[in-house]
Design a protein around this ligand. Structure first.
Ligand code: AHG
Ligand code: MN
Ligand code: MN
Length: 317
């Protein structure tokens, strides 16, 4: 059984092998700590709100803040990251290594509404090479890069098992956390998403405010007797669709004209994983990975998963 450290030693990467290993070590150390808290449930004081709001206008849950702090701490220790864009921080975070080459975008805890009810949640990450010159002050442009420029992206899914799924562009790999030996062990290499499927995921509570095209596509799913599956944690819905085939949608709604999901640290990393695994992702008009970000916490509509299902959905939009 191949350990993550062995896999990383030869995993193709745009930067140095050492940088990849250090960045992934930071992700894994933070993930192990979040895994421990998540698996203790209410026994550790991680339930409930932190009593603060983030820029998203959402009440931060205690575990949102804990996960964010752990990740930032580990990324500082890695010495590889010069700038962090986090869902939980209004502004960019300058790290203790301003001359490092890499930028890290993250949703430290995805699916916050599920923390207190023992349903799967996740951590999502996306890494770029900085565009500003090493030695200069890292800047917003380093974070506002198109998704097609990513060099590393992935997620951790804290569920019945804790799995790490990531890509550096050539293939998607799944590793499972073995608590006995405190290591992530290779489960599947070169994961491919089924070209089509019969599972659609969206919050149908918003359906009456979807565009007519999206509503027509939903009617089509019902006529074709697809299965509706919606967990409320993007990472969990995405992971199931990647393994079984399916389409996840968070279209624009009356409340969120640009949808709810954030381009930099939810849509881009998952869109790249989907593409490398043979699937696709769109905002309803263009490939997610081709969208030029304008703001740090920019939201875009998201349609992501099996290629044939996405094409069918787009034909209705
Ligand atoms: P986060 O907890 O990081 O804010 O993300 C929650 C997201 C995503 O995980 C999920 O798919 C979506 O919110 C669910 O939104 P609704 O509750 O509006 O359906
Ligand atoms: Mn999220
Ligand atoms: Mn989050």
């Amino acid at each position: 059984m191949k350990k993550l450290s062995e896999f990383l030693a030869t995993c193709p990467f745009k930067g140095s092998q050492k940088s990849l290993q250090s960045i992934m070590l930071a992700v894994v150390e933070a993930a192990k700590s979040i895994h421990k808290d998540v698996n203790r449930g209410g026994l550790t004081d991680i339930y409930g709100s932190a009593g603060s709001q983030n820029i998203q206008g959402e009440t931060q849950q205690k575990l949102d803040v804990i996960a964010n702090d752990r990740l930032i701490e580990q990324l500082n220790i890695s010495g590889e990251i010069c700038l962090i864009a986090s869902e939980e921080n209004d502004d960019l975070i300058l790290t203790n290594s301003p001359n490092s080459r890499y930028v890290f975008c993250t949703d430290p805890l995805d699916g916050s509404s599920n923390i207190d009810v023992n349903i799967s949640i996740g951590t999502i990450f996306s890494v770029f090479e900085r565009v500003s010159a090493v030695g200069s002050q890292p800047e917003l442009a380093d974070a506002l890069q198109k998704g097609c420029k990513q060099i590393l992206a992935g997620y951790v899914l804290y569920s019945t098992a804790t799995v790490l799924v990531f890509t550096t562009g050539q293939s998607v790999s799944i590793f499972v956390y073995d608590e006995d030996i405190k290591e992530f062990i290779s489960l599947q290499e070169d994961v491919k998403i089924p070209q089509s499927g019969k599972i659609y995921s969206c919050n149908e509570g918003n359906a009456l405010t979807y565009t007519q095209g999206v509503q027509n596509y939903l009617a089509n799913c019902k006529t074709k007797k697809y299965s509706a599956r919606y967990i409320g944690s993007l990472v969990a819905d995405f992971h199931r669709n990647m393994l079984k085939g399916g389409l996840f949608m968070y279209p624009s709604t009356e409340k969120d004209k640009n949808g709810k999901l954030r381009l930099l640290y939810e849509c881009n990393p998952l869109a790249w994983l989907a593409e490398v695994a043979g699937g696709a992702a769109s905002n309803g008009e263009v490939n997610i990975l081709d969208i030029e970000p304008q703001q740090l916490h920019q939201r875009v509509p998201l349609f992501i998963g099996s290629k044939a299902m996405l094409q069918e959905a787009l034909s209705f939009l």
